[in-house]
Design a protein. Structure first.
Length: 508
């Protein structure tokens, strides 16, 4: 696959460009993102679906700018897809041919099922889930996919879109109450076509409407982590919020903590979203910052892997290690570090008593523990924290990503960064658990850095942790002496500390 791949997604409401750069077989990261609110479908639904000149001009200018950006970034491959506005338009193919002639850009018009599948490929690989139903509300359609045990088992596309609804009902010269009544009837009629097996308690919110609502809820809850992807909320707790947005006048939308650039279609989108959630029996929504564009990219990246990352692979971890690990390729040393931590976590279970619930996060933090040194060896733990906070995007809950990042921030004597702990407390383990995890993380780093490839084992009894090593641990001893402990206990180091005899220096 190409090292740099550009993806263009032309929707009814917006056109977007993203450029991904591969760092290894499964590692990749986003290096460019641009968006233009082209509204290519504007006026079309009232004109038998025909694209109108105003939308066509905006789309052409946006695509021309995208082509220049792609050339500037020297992307090796460009994939361009278009969704409902073009597939519904009788003159859609004429537009495609014209763009190819003028800009040399090949546009592939995809149907609603393919659109739903792309969204599901992205969500299935890049969100921490196994089952659920994706809901991607666009300008012209709402595309859905049913995921069971990390397999996409079915897709469906409904003729329900924000721009479609707006132009069919809300732009008419009638009362808003009557517009809502007619729109409700239209949505109910469309939802009757949804197959009976599209039922699940978890909805996966993809696309502009779902993201806008999630961001509004995050602000209202004062969610401590400023990250949309994988944010999860209970639907019933916010049902009044959804209802009030749907019924609101345009003038009053500012009270809902919504982005201004979404005011034109958010009421229609919220109406569609809430009725779909009710129809599938959803109780929770997990927010997705990925969708069709990532799905198009992953279809290429994972074409030899059944469109799914292997169970042992996390693309964020791979990408971080590819770009920031100064010990890249020294796998043997990493395994030794993980072995020390695993053994220590197990030996201390009599005190911790958490059934090693956080083992996966602890080991991932240790796997990433050197990444800050790539930027600067001084305060490398701070650099590591900031890298992880920004780059641990895929496959983690907010709680998991934050715990890994905070462990990377630990350094030296103290086990807890009090300010960060207070800031993120709602998403972190209880204080005592965090102290133990921080202790194991820090002690493992001290031992590993000074181990000289020693074989290290542990025993714990009578409130004494004994560290056994077949080589000297001299450099670790001073650090360990001053290390804070979660509870009072002793640490004894039994290592091989013989010094060669030398009578001239008085060593006998």
């Amino acid at each position: 696959m190409a090292k740099r791949t550009a993806i263009i997604d032309i929707g009814s409401n917006s056109a977007r460009l993203v450029i991904f750069e591969k760092t290894s077989r499964y590692g990749f990261h986003l290096i460019c993102e641009q968006k233009s609110k082209v509204r290519i479908g504007e006026g079309a639904y009232d004109k038998e679906g025909y694209l109108q000149p105003v939308g066509i001009k905006r789309a052409y200018l946006a695509l021309k700018s995208f082509v220049h950006t792609i050339e500037k970034y020297r992307a090796h491959k460009t994939l361009c897809v278009a969704t409902s506005a073009l597939r519904d338009a009788p003159n859609g193919q004429t537009f495609v041919s014209w763009i190819h002639k003028e800009l040399g850009l090949s546009i592939r018009i995809i149907d609603g099922l393919k659109e739903a599948r792309y969204g599901a490929i992205a969500a299935n690989n890049l969100l921490p889930l196994h089952d659920g139903i994706t809901i991607d509300i666009g300008g012209g359609s709402s595309d859905m996919a049913l995921i069971e045990n990390n397999h996409i088992v079915d897709t469906y596309s409904l003729n329900l879109g924000t721009v479609r609804l707006k132009e069919l009902f809300f732009d008419k010269a009638q009362s808003r109450k009557e517009s809502i009544r007619q729109a409700n009837a239209y949505i109910k009629k469309e939802l009757k076509q949804l197959p009976e097996h599209f039922r699940h308690t978890l909805a996966i919110g993809i696309g502009g409407t779902a993201r806008t609502l999630s961001k509004g809820i995050m602000k209202r809850l004062e969610h401590p982590l400023d990250k949309l992807h994988a944010f999860t909320y209970n639907i019933e707790a916010h049902s009044d919020y959804f209802r009030d947005i749907s019924l609101s006048s345009a003038k009053n939308l500012k009270q809902f903590d919504l982005k201004k650039n979404r005011y034109d279609t958010i009421r229609e989108g919220t109406l569609i979203f809430t009725m779909i959630l009710s129809a599938i029996g959803a109780k929770e929504v997990i927010s997705s910052a990925v969708g069709v564009r990532e799905g198009v990219f992953l279809e290429q990246l994972l074409r030899d892997d059944n469109l799914q990352f292997p169970s042992t692979v996390n693309p964020s971890i791979h990408s971080i290690l590819d770009r920031f690990d100064p010990l890249a390729g020294v796998e043997r040393k990493k395994k030794a570090k993980l072995k020390i931590a695993s053994s220590l976590y197990e030996v201390l279970q009599g005190e911790i008593q958490d059934e090693q619930h956080y083992k996966a996060s602890l080991l991932l933090a240790l796997k990433l523990s050197s990444i800050g040194k790539t930027l600067n060896i001084y305060k490398s733990h701070q650099h590591a924290f900031y890298i992880a906070m920004q780059e641990l995007n895929y496959g983690f809950t907010h709680e998991q990503g934050l715990l890994i990042s905070l462990l990377l921030r630990m350094h030296g004597k103290e086990l807890l960064h009090k300010r960060l702990f207070q800031s993120f407390k709602p998403l972190l383990p209880e204080k005592q658990s965090l102290l133990w995890l921080s202790f194991i993380y820090t002690l493992t780093v001290f031992l590993h850095e000074a181990s000289n490839s020693a074989k290290i084992t542990f025993t714990y009894s009578n409130q004494t942790l004994t560290i056994h090593a077949d080589r000297p641990l001299y450099l670790a001893k001073e650090n360990i002496k001053s290390l804070e402990k979660p509870i009072p206990f002793a640490i004894i180091i039994l290592d091989e500390s013989k010094v060669p005899k030398n009578k001239n220096l008085g060593i006998v």
